[in-house]
Design a protein. Structure first.
Lengths: 322, 295
């Protein structure tokens, strides 16, 4: 009897669904308005970096793994994507897929070795691997060392869409970002994602419940690497080059900063963090190395004062779960 | 491919020497990291930055205060170690109870601030630091010429490393340190000032990095980027050696420097990556490192 007399919710959505929906609509509105208020090329780069940060957050925020060398996936995919588009003459979507595949393969190898260690060891191992990949990219012939791969053709996506037109390229990049973002969203809201969170909270307990923790971690690592690769290869098509910067240690540090600043373990935190950090780098560029000092100071401030990050703190202040 | 052109013995010895020098720096730096990690459970990402600051301290002491190399060898580690101790008291102390990852993030932020400040004022180029007059010249060992300064760096680093090992593993103070690592609450109950010990340990680890910086100043130039370049290799050294072991970090540091030097002779293209490849192999065989205890 009591089951039938349960009160019917006033709306069709739960509070969480409403909050998430509103937040998503705000982001979508920003993506639509973005190219009209800012330089479209700049917004496209920002979307790529935001996707990169979302990929990174999948690991630190939901599995508790701090990868301090994520630039290796961004940079490797960017090189392979650029090489595939320029030298092999592949269409942009196939070139991007090549980049994603290379990042996934790299993620599988480095991840299989790194997840055997935990916490800070994991972080140190990823630092070392990314440095190895950096030196590999300095030496390997196809990356052209200091010059990088330049004048990468943008080509025709699916043989039809002329990506050299900024408006079409923008739609293409926005679509890739949304696909990547959706993959992250679906992952963390799936049974798989729940197990990842359980591993983050209490790994021995997850093991005792019978989960093969190492496999879940590796799967999450490869997924994160692939999404970082998607961001990197797309960026190579947008900016028409691939360079050592994308694979360098400072890029690895920046993605950590974006996620920490925006809010680790929040869906929108990395996006907000990416917007802030990329804008800061862009508008403060004339101050040279002061940008590094400011970034370091933000790191210190985040760790000491607001560990939830921008989105986490705002969410807490207004009682939203975003 | 690599034996096609004859490798002269002098070239081999030369690279071995460079390898031993780099190994000295790896050993001093990874030793400092291990000491700090043992006591504070923090991976000190700012270690490379303090190494760089140590070299700059020697440079400033020479040009602003007229303190020569020997003075700098004592003063620079003391000054930089004191700065480290202050940072521990004011910043690192606040995150003591949190996840270890926050220590890594905080010290990474500090490294960015320090490095950015120096890059602002000194750019990317190197500043020369003279070899002290007492150590100029070279001596003939029969099979090669050994520059005196380089010989000094290797011997002195080895002495400092083993003195540190002796201090921690064989003395009463070291016993307190090791006990406080295992159970700080109990050691405090015995009336030992553990917070002070933690601060001094951090200062000591940082001072070791600064000492390596002073030793490096006459060999590699004094550059703001010198710390960032070396930190990833030092991390790999620590992973290979295993975090728990003082002796392990010393031996691994020297050994990897030599292997890197030999790689420069036989297969130069891989000389930058060989340490990381070795790390991958060690992780496959012994995930806790060559000398590490199983976590």
């Amino acid at each position: 009897m009591s089951v039938k007399t349960l009160p019917v919710p006033a709306t069709r959505f739960t509070r969480e669904e409403r909050d998430a929906g509103v937040a998503f609509l705000v982001m979508l509105a920003l993506i639509v308005v973005g190219p009209f208020v800012a330089y479209p090329f700049f917004v496209m780069q920002m979307l790529c970096i935001a996707l990169f940060a979302c990929a990174f957050n999948l690991l630190i925020g939901y599995v508790g793994l701090l990868s301090f060398g994520h630039a290796m996936f961004l940079g490797m995919a960017s090189y392979v994507g650029a090489h595939a588009a320029k030298v092999w003459g592949l269409e942009p979507e196939l070139a991007i897929l090549c980049g994603v595949a290379s990042a996934a393969a790299l993620g599988l190898v480095t991840g299989a070795l790194a997840i055997r260690s935990q916490g800070i060891y994991f972080a140190m191992i990823t630092v070392a691997f990314s440095q190895m990949i950096y030196f590999f990219c300095v030496e390997a012939p196809f990356t052209h060392g200091e010059d990088g791969i330049q004048s990468v053709p943008q080509g025709f996506a699916f043989g039809l869409i002329d990506l050299s037109k900024p408006s079409l390229l923008y739609v293409f990049v926005a679509a890739i970002f949304l696909v990547g973002f959706f993959v992250v969203y679906r992952t963390i809201n799936s049974p798989f994602g729940e197990i990842l969170k359980a591993i983050r909270e209490n790994e021995p307990r997850a093991i005792s419940l019978g989960y093969r923790v190492a496999r879940y971690k590796l799967a999450a690592f490869v997924l994160s690497a692939s999404l970082a690769g998607l961001a990197g290869a797309t960026k190579a098509i947008v900016v028409q080059n691939a360079s050592l910067t994308d694979v360098s240690f400072s890029t690895s540090g920046e993605v950590v900063l974006m996620t920490l600043l925006g809010g680790m373990g929040t869906l929108y935190g990395p996006v907000v963090g990416a917007i802030v950090v990329v804008s800061m780098e862009n508008y403060l560029a004339q101050f040279g190395q002061w940008v590094t000092v400011i970034q370091g100071a933000i790191f210190v401030a985040c760790v000491l004062l607001f560990r939830r990050g921008i989105v986490g703190e705002i969410g807490k202040a207004i009682g939203w779960s975003i | 491919m690599f034996l096609g052109h004859a490798i002269s013995m002098s070239q081999l010895y030369g690279q071995l020497l460079i390898g031993l020098i780099n190994g000295s720096f790896y050993a001093l730096l990874s030793l400092g990291l291990a000491v700090i990690f043992g006591m504070l459970n923090i991976v000190n990402f700012a270690h490379g930055a303090f190494y760089m600051v140590g070299a700059f301290a020697a440079y400033f002491l020479l040009h602003l205060a007229g303190v020569n190399y020997w003075g700098a060898l004592v003063l620079a580690p003391l000054i930089v170690g004191a700065i480290g101790a202050i940072m521990e008291r004011t910043l690192l102390k606040r995150i003591a109870g949190l996840d270890h990852l926050y220590g890594l993030l905080l010290t990474f932020g500090l490294a960015l601030v320090i490095q950015g400040l120096f890059q602002n004022y000194f750019g990317a180029s190197g500043l020369p630091y003279p070899i002290p007059p007492e150590l100029q010249g070279a001596r003939n060992l029969g099979f090669m010429f050994l520059p005196n300064y380089r010989g000094w760096v290797i011997v002195f680093s080895a002495v400092v490393c083993f003195a540190t090992w002796f201090l921690i593993e064989k003395t009463r103070l070291g016993a307190y340190l090791r006990a406080a690592t295992e159970n700080p609450t109990l050691v405090r109950a015995f009336g030992i000032n553990v917070p002070l010990m933690i601060t001094l340990t951090y200062g000591f680890g940082v001072a070791l990095a600064a000492l390596a910086g002073v030793l490096a100043a006459p060999i590699n130039q004094v550059r703001p980027g010198m710390g960032a370049d070396i930190i990833a290799v030092v991390f790999a050294v620590v992973v290979i050696g295993g975090m728990g072991s003082i002796l392990g970090s010393i031996l691994t540091g020297f050994a990897l420097g030599v292997i890197e030097g030999l790689t420069k002779v036989f297969y130069p293209e891989a000389s930058n990556t060989v340490v990381f490849v070795i790390m991958a192999i060690v992780l496959l065989i012994r995930p806790s490192g060559l000398f590490g205890r199983v976590a």
